[in-house]
Write a protein that binds this ligand. Sequence first.
Ligand code: SME
Length: 163
Amino acid sequence: MEEIKIIAETKEDLYEQLLPQLFSLVGDESNPIANMANIVAALKQTFPYYSWVGFYLFENKSNELVLGPFQGKIACTRIAIGKGVCGTSYQKRETIIVPDVNQFPGHIFCDGDSKSEIVVPIIHQNKIFGVLDVDSHNFNSFGETDKKYLEKLISTIAQKIIL
Ligand code: SME
């Protein structure tokens, strides 16, 4: 497989160069697990400030979010809807940026070193399927640039990652 190639100075440049490569990576593959696995690997290797990146996917029979493909330390397997940053983002159907996880009521600590977080819901044709969760070991790691590009990534590839 072709390597992901990125030479960039700014966060925006990184996303601008990575996204088209991710679109072409998943464009040729129909298996959602393979696509999610490669997406989190590419994101983790591109962004040094990502300490953990992974999917939590809605499971019908339990009515919970269940851990999907990820890169980083072992994480919580299940998250109830409405709980933590992930369950709240899923319930509200909106991206949540948490500059300081200690300030988010009900934040779920999977990694004690996590300091900030962004969670983006996976919505396709008005239906929600899960979330993409990214953590950082530094405070204030995520802002409007991450939100803009991660939302663009997820909305563009949603149909390629739905189980
Ligand atoms: N912090 C998340 C839980 C998932 S881990 O960060 C990987 C939350 O509060 O939903």
